[in-house]
Design a protein around this ligand. Structure first.
Ligand SMILES: NC(=O)c1ccc[n+]([C@@H]2O[C@H](COP(=O)([O-])OP(=O)(O)OC[C@H]3O[C@@H](n4cnc5c(N)ncnc54)[C@H](OP(=O)(O)O)[C@@H]3O)[C@@H](O)[C@H]2O)c1
Length: 344
């Protein structure tokens, strides 16, 4: 029997991707949609202004959108996906968990809390057991797992593939798509014919979330990885797909060929939304590119290319689809991990 799920922030850029991924999902059945007070009471079709490629799922289109409040959501929902603005999530998400709902959230609030697992299943699935600590500490029947920021998800799998060489320093410069800012994020007058070398709070997210993801969980506490990460974030006029330039210094000598092998052979998982191959490594020097490569593995794969040894260590480029692998798909994958691990 399918797990009944609710989506908080269902009308937004990530919320619409969640609907697109959850509607045909064999294990999940959409049973509740929420958004702001402005959308509450409207049909999803009216409230969402569907902007994702492909048609709005007809069986969801006439569902009435509720206000984002645990009392407005049916009790028999087993799993909540959240894609709320973080200012809203920080108020509302704990109320849902306290009311007994298990949640897979994409919002940035609480990602760095000591008792909140921040998970990319292929990288640190074992961190999910931090939920036991969370339940003990907070007294919740529910639980909250987070996925990282979209630009963090893009480069961390490549670092995980290189971890055996001893990660010491990482520099990363991002070229991020406009969908990462949400529908109302960047106006066309700001971004067309332009690049903006600033994305509020983004650099800190790459620098801190990556160390948490690559850290060790001993069953009681999580220690963060000691790798030093410095990030520089830029918004560019692509629609979807974050491209990143990465420089990595490792304790052990690492050739471009060794790095390519480590990335290409880094294992995927057998969860429903896992891509067959997690990291695609291109030999062509001008790949990956957002338009050409963001849909690899149905948008759930990471692409890497341009690997070479430089005076700053190994250098390469990587790319992922920011609203699928970087957001909605990441939350769905964490939902599948919760299901596989008996949390639902
Ligand atoms: N876009 C990305 O690539 C991306 C990637 C990773 C993480 N994220 C994170 O995902 C979250 C959502 O981002 P987004 O890009 O989807 O934003 P968005 O397009 O602005 O959508 C925001 C959603 O939250 C709802 N909402 C806004 N204010 C609310 C309130 N006071 N109470 C209840 N619901 C409210 C909106 O409903 P209405 O339609 O009714 O206003 C809408 O459904 C953010 O935390 C963002 O940082 C986004």
């Amino acid at each position: 029997m399918a797990v009944r799920v609710g989506v908080l922030g269902a009308t937004g850029a990530v919320g619409q991707r969640l609907i697109q991924l959850l509607d045909p999902h064999p294990d999940f059945e959409i049973a509740a949609l929420t958004a702001s007070e402005d959308s509450a009471g409207k049909s999803y079709r009216q409230a969402a202004k569907w902007r994702v490629e492909g048609p709005i799922p007809e069986d969801v289109a006439e569902t009435t959108v509720s206000a984002t409040d645990p009392d407005e959501v049916p009790d028999d929902i087993d799993l909540i996906f959240s894609s709320l603005p973080s200012s809203v999530g920080s108020e509302v998400e704990p109320a849902f968990c306290e009311a007994g709902y298990v949640m897979s959230s994409n919002s940035s609030n609480a990602r760095m809390a000591d008792d909140v697992p921040l998970v990319i299943p292929e990288v640190n699935a074992d961190h999910l057991d931090l939920l036991e600590v969370q339940r003990d500490e907070r007294g919740w029947d529910g639980a909250m797992v987070k996925n990282p920021n979209c630009s963090t998800i893009t480069f961390v799998p490549t670092l995980a593939a290189l971890a055996e060489y001893g990660l010491e320093k990482v520099h990363v410069a991002t070229l991020q798509a406009v969908s990462g800012a949400g529908y109302d994020g960047v106006s066309s007058m700001e971004i067309i014919d332009n690049a903006i070398p600033y994305i509020g709070s983004e650099e800190d997210k790459l620098e801190t979330e990556s160390r948490k993801l690559l850290g060790e969980f001993d069953g009681a506490e999580l220690s963060h990885n000691s790798v030093e990460v410095a990030a520089s974030c830029n918004r560019i006029p692509t629609i979807d797909g974050h491209l990143e330039n990465v420089w990595v210094e490792t304790a052990e000598e690492l050739s471009a060929e060794g790095a390519a092998d480590a990335m290409a052979s880094y294992p995927s998982l057998e969860l429903r939304s896992s891509p067959d191959q997690l990291i695609h490594v291109f030999d062509e020097p001008d790949r990956p590119q957002p338009r050409l490569d963001r849909s690899l593995g149905d948008g759930m794969a990471v692409a890497a290319g341009g690997l070479r040894e430089s005076s700053f260590g190994l250098q390469y480029n990587c790319l992922a689809h920011n609203t699928i692998r970087g957001a909605a798909g990441a939350s769905v994958l964490n939902g599948e991990l919760l299901l596989e691990n008996g949390y639902l």
